[in-house]
Each structure stands twice: as structure tokens, then as C-alpha cells.
Design a protein around this ligand. Structure first.
Ligand code: ZN
Length: 217
């Protein structure tokens, strides 16, 4: 069982990991995607989570694994159909996650109109940091997100650039899925996604909130 750790010592068993796609304009443009009319939602299984210091294993059926550094929300309180103005009360903590994506496999599946799970939910596809208590983060909608590969900056964005805000995402997702303690929400990636290969070291960072280092087998 995978565990989400809060800096106050509290632990949660990780439930579902809900993700939003295409939530930053610059990233939509770099992939040549159309801006979505409604948020694009998908799920990664808890079995895809790895922690700080662990190793990413790119499945043999892909030759194009991309990093997507994202602000991660840890849900602390159950809710369904959560109004936007109450959404923040359901967040127990903030961390950083990497939504690893097999871009070649995802592209083929998208072309055929098929689901993406094997491109986004494979084992090790969701490196997650520890979470800092929500009360310690003054403005989660104004956080730098950075990702380096072997020390070189690839992604450098800010959560103020999100299309759908944090409370809007929580509220929207809770309309389809009951949010439960231990669920994690990944809020989309800023621009700069790129390919990773064997031997790379990735560091995702939200300064003042979380750092996450993983290597690629
Ligand atoms: Zn993503």
C-alpha cells in the first residue's frame, strides 16, 4: 500500500490519483493540442506511485517517456459535489508530483480514440513528494514549479498560469468522483515537457513546499 506523508507526521493511504490534462496554455501549444472545452480528466492508479529517491522504470513498449511536473493536492476530507467556495477546505496538503507520460503510446491511443492508461498509469508513472500541510502554504495559486533533468532546467512555470484554478478543479472532479482522504489530485503541467532516458536524474521542485528527486533505471 502506498502512503502519502504530511510534514506534521500524519499519514494517508493513497487512494485514486485524479489528474487534469491541458491546464496551462503554453503546454497546450507545445503539444499542438486544442484548448479543451471542459477539463480533461484521467486517473492514475495508486500502484503507479513512487517516492523520493526511488527509480522510474520506463516500460519496454515505449521509446518516448516525458516528464510533467505538477502541483499535487492531498485530499483530507471526504466530499461529493463540493462547491467551489468550499473546495479548499478539503485539501490537507500540497506537494509536487511528476505525471510521467509515454508520449508515443499516448499518441497512438489518442489517434484510435482509445483510453490512455498504459501510457500514464504504468508502475512508477507517478513519483510523489511528501506533502506540506495546507495551512503552511499561503497562496497555492502562486507557486513556482520547476523540473530539472541532470541539473538542467526543463520546466519553470507558476501555478498562477493555470487555466482552471485549484478550487475549480476540486469542485469539478468531485462532481464525478467522491473525493476521499488520501486521494491525490495532479493539477496539470506547465510548458517544457521533454523526453527522459535511462540514467537521467529528475528533480521536481516547488520552492518552499516540496522537492522530489528520482532517477531513471
Ligand atoms: Zn499531466
Amino acid at each position: 500500500m502506498r502512503t502519502a506523508r504530511l510534514t506534521n507526521g500524519k499519514h494517508f493511504s493513497i487512494g485514486k490519483i485524479l489528474c487534469i490534462g491541458r491546464n496551462y496554455w503554453e503546454h497546450i501549444k507545445e503539444l499542438g493540442n486544442a484548448p479543451p472545452e471542459a477539463p480533461v480528466i484521467f486517473i492514475k492508479p495508486a500502484s503507479s506511485v513512487i517516492a523520493e529517491g526511488e527509480t522510474v522504470v520506463i516500460p519496454p513498449y515505449s521509446h518516448d517517456c516525458h516528464h510533467e511536473a505538477e502541483l499535487a493536492l492531498l485530499i483530507g476530507t471526504k466530499g461529493k459535489d463540493i462547491p467551489v467556495d468550499q473546495a479548499m477546505e478539503h485539501i490537507a496538503g500540497y506537494g509536487v508530483g511528476i505525471d510521467l507520460t509515454l508520449r508515443d503510446v499516448q499518441g497512438e491511443l489518442k489517434k484510435k480514440g482509445l483510453p490512455w492508461e498504459i501510457a500514464k498509469g504504468f508502475d512508477t508513472a507517478c513519483p510523489l513528494s511528501a506533502f506540506v500541510e495546507a495551512s503552511k502554504v499561503a497562496d497555492p495559486q502562486n507557486l513556482q514549479i520547476r523540473l530539472t533533468v541532470n541539473g538542467e532546467i526543463r520546466q519553470d512555470g507558476n501555478t498562477s498560469m493555470m487555466i482552471h484554478s485549484i478550487p475549480a478543479i476540486v469542485s469539478h472532479m468531485s462532481g464525478s468522483f467522491t473525493l476521499e482522504p488520501g486521494d491525490v489530485i495532479l493539477t496539470g503541467t506547465p510548458a517544457g515537457v521533454s523526453r527522459i532516458v535511462s540514467g537521467d536524474t529528475l528533480v521536481a521542485e516547488i520552492p518552499g513546499v516540496a522537492t522530489l528527486r528520482v532517477s531513471v533505471a
